[in-house]
Design a protein around this ligand. Structure first.
Ligand code: NAD
Length: 490
C-alpha cells in the first residue's frame, strides 16, 4: 500500500518478457541520493526467483541461438533508435537514482548507444575460419553461444555497465540474467522494456533484483554457464572464486586507484582541467577516476591552476551527489585522517550542502597536497571527488608508487615529452593508459579491462575481447570425396 505514494512504483523482476511478482521477496527502499528521499522499492529476490528466470532463459535459448546473427542484430539496430528516442527520460532516471548530473547521465546513455553500435558490428567480426587441411578435407571453426549467462552490475553506471554486457552477449546468441545493483535498480527495468519494444523475444533478457543472495545463487546455479561481474575488488574476488569453483567462465572487474603522473613540462591549463575533471566527474565515483596525482619535480604552477579549476566545480550544479549517507561519511573521514596525518587540504569539500537539497549526499571537490604513500587516502579507493597529491623528485619514484598499488585499472601521464610518455606507457602497471588524458577509457572497438586487482579473469568485458568471453569455438572437419586418401590426419 505504501508503495503507491512513491515517485516510481515498486519495481518487479522481468522474466519471460514481462514484470513478475516475487511473493517471497522482502522489499528494499530505493533512495535518490540527490534528495535523500525514498523514490521506489525493489524486491530482494530469492534463489527460487532466480531459478524461474534461468528457466525462462533456457526456454528461449534454442530459438534465439538458432536465429542467424544478421537477424538477431536487427533488433539492436531498432533498439539503438529507441535509446536515442528516449535519451532524455533514460538520462533523467540515471540522474535521479544515482545522483550524477544530467549531463553525466546523458553521456552514460550516449555510451550505451555506442556499445549497442559495436554489437551491431559483430556479424562482421565473428565470421569464423575455414581451411582445406588435407586434400579433400576441410576444417572450419565457428563461434557458438554458451547458453544462459549472467551479468552483475554496480551502482555507479546504472545504464552503461549493463550495456557493457547485454548487447554483445545477446547478439552472440546467449540468453542473459541481469542482476542490477540494489542501489540503482530503476534503469534496468527500462532497458528490458525497450529491448522488448525493439522485438527481443521473451526470455532472452531477464532481470532479477536482489543483493548478495542473488549473486551467490548466480555463482552456484548449475545452468548458468558464464558470469560477468563489475563492482568492488573484495566482492569481485569472492564472485570470481565462487563462480570458477563451480566450473563457470568468469570475468570480474574490481575497484581502482588510478595515478595521474604530472611532469613539470605538462601543458598547465590542459593538465589542470583534465586532472580536475578526472577526479571529480561523476563525483569521483568512477573506476577510471584519477584519485591520486603524483607531481614529479616542481609542479606548483600546475597545482595552483588545478585548484582554480576545481573551485569552479559546484555541488548541485556541475557536481552530483555521492551514492549514500555512508559514502559521504566515509569520504569525509579519509580527508580528515589525511589532514591529521600532516597533508595540506588546499580545497575542502567536507560539509557541502546544496540549498533545497539539505538531505542530499554531497561532497564538494577536494584537493589535498603533500599526501604521503603510507596514508590510507594514498592507498585505498576513496570513490569521491577527492584528489590526493603526492610529490616525488623523479619519474621512477612516481612509477614505483603507481606500481606498488595493488590495483591496475588506469594510469596517465601529463607531459609534452614523447620519451617520458613512452616510458610511462611501458612501465605503468595498469590495463588502460592515458597520455594527456585523465580518463583513458578505450572506446569501441577497443576493450575495457584493467590489470592486477582491478580485474580477475582472462578476457576484457567489452569490445573484441568480449567475443572470446561470450562464445565457444566449434571445430568441424569434413570430407565429402570418397577418393580422398585416408591417413591419420584425415
Ligand atoms: P559492490 O561490489 O558493493 O557491488 C557490486 C555488486 O555486487 C552489486 O550488484 C551488489 O548487489 C553485489 N554485492 C554486494 N555485496 C556483495 C557480497 N557480499 N556478495 C556478493 N555480491 C555482493 O560495488 P558498488 O559499490 O556497487 O560499485 C562500486 C565499485 O565498483 C567500486 O569499487 C568501483 O571501482 C567498482 N567498479 C569497477 C569498474 C571496473 O570496470 N573495474 C566499473 C564500475 C565500478
Amino acid at each position: 500500500m505504501e508503495t503507491q505514494a512513491l515517485k516510481y512504483p515498486a519495481i518487479r523482476n522481468y522474466v519471460a518478457g514481462q514484470p513478475i511478482d516475487t511473493p517471497a521477496a522482502a522489499l528494499l527502499d530505493v533512495f535518490s541520493p540527490l534528495s535523500g528521499a525514498v523514490i521506489s522499492a525493489m524486491p530482494l529476490s530469492t534463489a527460487a526467483d532466480l531459478d524461474a528466470a534461468v528457466k525462462a532463459a533456457q526456454a528461449a535459448f534454442p530459438a534465439w541461438s538458432a536465429t542467424p546473427i544478421k537477424e538477431r542484430v536487427q533488433i539492436f539496430y531498432r533498439y539503438k533508435t529507441l535509446l536515442e528516442r528516449d535519451m532524455q527520460a533514460l538520462a533523467e532516471l540515471v540522474r535521479e537514482e544515482n545522483g550524477k548530473t544530467f549531463d553525466e547521465a546523458r553521456a552514460e546513455v550516449e555510451k550505451a548507444v555506442e556499445l549497442t553500435e559495436f554489437a551491431c558490428s559483430l556479424p562482421q567480426l565473428v565470421q569464423g575460419e575455414f581451411l582445406e587441411v588435407s586434400k579433400g578435407v576441410e576444417a572450419r571453426a565457428e563461434r557458438k553461444p554458451l547458453g544462459v549467462v549472467a551479468s552483475i552490475a554496480p551502482f555507479n553506471f546504472p545504464n552503461m555497465v549493463p550495456h557493457w554486457t547485454i548487447p554483445n552477449a545477446l547478439v552472440l546468441g546467449n540468453c542473459l540474467i541481469l542482476k542490477p545493483s540494489e542501489k540503482v535498480p530503476l534503469s534496468a527495468v527500462k532497458i528490458a522494456e525497450l529491448l522488448k519494444e525493439a522485438g527481443l523475444p521473451d526470455g532472452v533478457l531477464n532481470v532479477v533484483n536482489g543483493d548478495k543472495t542473488i549473486v551467490e545463487a548466480i555463482c552456484d546455479h548449475p545452468d548458468i554457464k558464464a558470469v560477468s561481474f563489475v563492482g568492488s575488488t573484495p566482492i569481485a574476488k569472492v564472485v570470481y572464486i565462487r563462480a570458477t569453483s563451480n566450473l563457470k567462465r568468469c570475468v570480474a572487474l574490481g575497484g581502482a586507484k588510478n595515478h595521474l603522473l604530472v611532469l613539470p613540462d605538462a601543458h598547465p591549463e590542459m593538465t589542470a582541467s583534465n586532472v580536475a575533471a578526472s577526479m571529480s566527474g561523476c563525483a569521483g565515483q568512477r573506476c577510471m577516476a584519477g584519485s591520486t596525482m603524483v607531481g614529479v619535480g616542481n609542479v606548483d604552477h600546475i597545482v595552483s591552476k588545478l585548484v582554480e579549476e576545481a573551485r569552479k566545480i559546484m555541488p548541485g550544479k556541475n557536481l552530483g551527489s555521492v551514492i549514500s549517507r555512508e559514502a559521504k561519511a566515509r569520504i569525509e573521514r579519509y580527508i580528515t585522517e589525511a589532514e591529521a596525518a600532516g597533508a595540506k587540504v588546499l580545497l575542502d569539500g567536507r560539509g557541502a550542502v546544496v540549498p533545497g537539497h539539505e538531505d542530499g549526499y554531497y561532497v564538494g571537490p577536494t584537493v589535498i597536497d603533500y599526501v604521503t604513500p603510507d596514508m590510507a587516502i594514498a592507498q585505498e579507493e576513496v570513490f569521491g571527488p577527492v584528489l590526493a597529491i603526492l610529490r616525488t623528485k623523479t619519474l621512477d619514484e612516481a612509477l614505483a608508487i603507481e606500481n606498488a598499488n595493488p590495483y591496475g585499472n588506469a594510469a596517465a601521464v601529463f607531459t609534452q615529452s614523447g620519451s617520458h610518455a613512452r616510458y610511462v606507457m611501458d612501465h605503468a602497471s595498469a590495463g588502460m593508459i592515458g597520455v594527456n588524458i585523465g580518463v583513458p577509457v578505450p572506446r569501441e572497438p577497443f576493450s575495457f579491462g584493467g590489470w592486477n586487482e582491478s580485474k580477475f579473469g582472462a578476457c576484457d568485458i567489452t569490445g573484441k575481447s568480449s567475443i572470446e568471453f561470450w562464445t565457444q569455438l566449434k571445430k568441424t572437419t569434413t570430407k565429402w570425396n570418397p577418393e580422398s586418401r585416408v591417413n591419420w590426419m584425415s
